[in-house]
Design a protein around this ligand. Sequence first.
Ligand SMILES: Cc1cc2nc3c(=O)[nH]c(=O)nc-3n(C[C@H](O)[C@H](O)[C@H](O)COP(=O)(O)OP(=O)(O)OC[C@H]3O[C@@H](n4cnc5c(N)ncnc54)[C@H](O)[C@@H]3O)c2cc1C
Length: 434
Amino acid sequence: MKTQLSRRSFTRLAGATAATATFGLSACATMDKPAKANVVVIGGGFGGATAARYVRQFDPDIAVTLVEPNRSFITCPFSNYVLAGFKRMDQITHGYRSHEAAGIKVVHQMATAIDATKKTVTLDNGTVLNYDRLIVAPGIDIRWDSAQGGIQGYNEAAAERVPHAWKPGAQTLLLRRQLEAMPDGGVFILSAPANPFRCPPGPYERVAMVAHYFKQQKPRSKILVLDAKEQFSKQGLFQDGWKAVYGEMIEWVPLSKDGRVTQVVANEMTVVTEFGQRHRAAVINVVPPQMAGKIARDAGLANQTGWCAVDPTTFESSVHKGVHVIGDACIAGAMPKSGFAANSQGKVAALAAVNAINGKPTAAPTYVNTCYSLITPDYGISVADVYRVTPQGIAAAPNAGGVSPRQADAAFRVQEARYTEGWYAAMGKEIWGT
Ligand SMILES: Cc1cc2nc3c(=O)[nH]c(=O)nc-3n(C[C@H](O)[C@H](O)[C@H](O)COP(=O)(O)OP(=O)(O)OC[C@H]3O[C@@H](n4cnc5c(N)ncnc54)[C@H](O)[C@@H]3O)c2cc1C
């Protein structure tokens, strides 16, 4: 059982992380002399955009190239609020101007190949980049259909009818349009995957946000959550909140009650569960099984689980030396696949890369993660943890962190909802400068 983290001890530990992260900072800041080394970062999301920025801060004599196909980045965090209708896409979209202003070369191309022996990255347009250290942060890919260990019948074509909205952008807007078009009294199904997957509390916050929309616009509607697990993140807090605010609107079916969806029949708007039950709905959202992004898998960085094993102190790949893998794509022990975790790992990998270039050792860091979720725009809940490197890998530190209290008054929940906004604003500013 986790104990609650006092504000003082949390601040102290977060400070310790920051202190670790500034070790190795170079005093030299000239821009005109040739770079002493090249760091290439693949992926401009939570992990990669952080890492690129921090390599540059830790040692301005190192040239940094950030490879990201998109000119702007839409965050998954807060995309559930776009679905609920109280945030807009432009409020969750960030650009790379501040990276360029910091002297980082941003290349809007897809990385198509990594040669860890020659230390090169090939881009979509044929350009070959040389690196001394490579940081790989491509996020997740969906496991399509049974051939990739996904759900039978759930392929890219099916996702146009039955969105996942687990990569934000067009899929988020598609699901929002479907919810808007749904008649009052309709059924919305969300299918949640087994662990591990991107953002453990994400499906359950999404359920609350869809319920929030329904309560205002379509109060006779129902939500059925079909889950491939017995338990989920912040479960007690979510279920208390669902019940208190949305009454009987939400039904959650765990694995043991035949909650695992094994087939999607998109043209019949039907899902089939493990023991053959068929559920039809007006809108279906499948959060499918996932794996590390393609570039990491193609480069041989992922193991048989589909995720990438790394050294817990440096995030250097267990397969290829000189290559760090961070964020959702890597196996980070007890750390969840979250934006906050990817941000934390981005700083640690940046420091490890800089230290390796400068011939310095890297000390074992302390990691932190907090995940906020909303039940309503004025009802927030959270989980916080501190993580340390142990002989078994990254483990949650005992007697640190914890979840919001089950018994709390409305003022406390409002405060956590405000912290949710604060967290997002701070992350956006730190990573993308907006
Ligand atoms: C609905 C939802 C809500 C969430 N809410 C929260 C939250 O409240 N708090 C939280 O901490 N986390 C949250 N998350 C989780 C968070 O979004 C992820 O954990 C985080 O984005 C992981 O960061 P990453 O850098 O690994 O991947 P991403 O942020 O996905 O970034 C990967 C980047 O790599 C790029 N890329 C991929 N392949 C290549 C290639 N070959 N070449 C170049 N670039 C490439 C992609 O274009 C992308 O920009 C949420 C997720 C979801 C789905």
